[in-house]
Design a protein around this ligand. Structure first.
Ligand code: UDP
Ligand code: MG
Length: 342
């Protein structure tokens, strides 16, 4: 029987875990889908991980891990993909803004041969004006930079085992999950859904974190800003040729002294262009620097124990760094699956 893994990144979501786990378990049991839930606590500072451990103690199909600090949602998603054992994996938010009712549809499409099932947003849910504006700006910039329509796409999607394995072999550290699943290709279908209201707690994104996310993702996915530097260079050259001719004509006709304004103007423009170009190039160098250091995407500090009833925190495995934890996660999931088959 095919196993469905559901990966749920969670950052300071203590109020949501128990409810989300219960809702998902009820739904999947109703549809008779063999499942496992994988909660990744992204360095939460509240009781998120104890909630996950408690849920894992009650239901052997639930597992989880805690990061040593906040590594961001992307890292949490990849840690979940790494731990997942399913033939298909669904990634969704743990605040139930991605409606669970869509899961059976995704599952059905996968059974019928789809390898990626994208969740497409019909609306954007309830948001503040500032959030709507910054998110709108973010999607416009992203869409034009990477040539994909990002506006209605989301991190809510189902991936076939093949796709998950491909994503896990990508060596890059600055990942953008949403766009990578387009980039890898495969037979893609979609289901649309209405963004729900957040169950408990509040959104983790501020204006600045969203802008930072935009710049990081744009530069990790596109080299267009670098090409922009070339374009600016060409524009400046054209401009200077025109001014050069004008200056020469003035000199030859003996009216050369004035034009101080032009000089100031030119210094400012060229200075501005140079600084901007250096900034853009610097940003890419920073990205290269980060990639070359080869640090792991995330560090796992604790895991739930692979058994029921036990307090997971005592039996937690303290080591385990992103990318080198195949062993542990395979054992864990094997145990869970054995437990499910009686
Ligand atoms: N999240 C995370 N790490 C972070 C920020 C968010 O794992 O640094 C998780 C969060 O717990 C939630 C999901 O990512 O499950 C989406 O976050 P949120 O609901 O705050 O974003 P929004 O829905 O407002 O876009
Ligand atoms: Mg949310």
């Amino acid at each position: 029987m095919a196993l469905l893994s559901i990966v749920l990144p969670a950052y300071n979501e203590e109020e949501n875990i128990a409810n989300t786990a219960a809702v998902l378990a009820r739904l999947l049991e109703e549809y008779k889908i063999d499942y496992e839930l994988i909660f990744i606590s992204d360095g939460s500072r509240d009781g998120t991980f104890s909630e996950i451990s408690r849920a894992a103690g009650e239901n052997s199909r639930i597992r989880g891990a805690e990061f040593s600090r906040n590594f961001g949602k992307e890292a949490a998603i990849f840690a979940g993909l790494q731990m997942a054992a399913g033939n298909a994996v669904i990634v969704m938010d743990c605040d139930l803004q991605h409606p669970p009712q869509v899961i059976p549809q995704m599952w059905q499409k996968w059974r019928n041969g789809a390898e990626v099932v994208e969740g497409i947003k019909l609306n954007r849910g309830k948001e503040s004006l500032a959030h709507r504006f910054s998110a709108g700006l973010f999607y416009r910039v992203m869409s034009s930079l990477i040539n994909m329509d990002m506006k209605s796409s989301s991190d809510f999607k189902l991936l076939d085992r093949k796709v998950v394995d491909v994503l896990l072999t990508l060596p890059e550290r600055n990942t953008f999950f949403r766009a990578l699943s387009f980039w890898v290709g495969f037979r893609t279908e979609s289901v649309s859904y209405e963004v729900q209201e957040r169950q408990y707690g509040k959104s983790k994104w501020s204006f600045f974190s969203l802008m930072k996310y935009a710049v990081t993702n744009a530069t990790s996915f596109s080299t267009l800003p670098l090409q922009l530097v070339t374009v600016m260079g060409i524009v400046s050259i054209l401009f200077s040729v025109i001014l050069f001719i004008q200056t020469l004509v003035k000199y030859l006709s003996g009216t050369a002294v004035e034009g101080f304004t032009t000089v100031i103007f030119l210094i400012l423009i060229i200075g501005g262009f140079l600084m901007l170009s250096l900034g853009i190039i610097g940003h890419y160098i920073a990205r290269i620097y980060e990639e070359v250091k080869g640090r792991p995407k995330y560090i796992v500090s604790r895991r739930t124990a692979a058994g029921e009833g036990k307090g997971a925190e005592e039996a937690a495995i303290p080591d385990g760094v992103g990318g080198e934890e195949q062993q542990v996660s395979e054992e864990g999931s094997l145990y869970n699956r054995l437990g499910q088959q009686e």
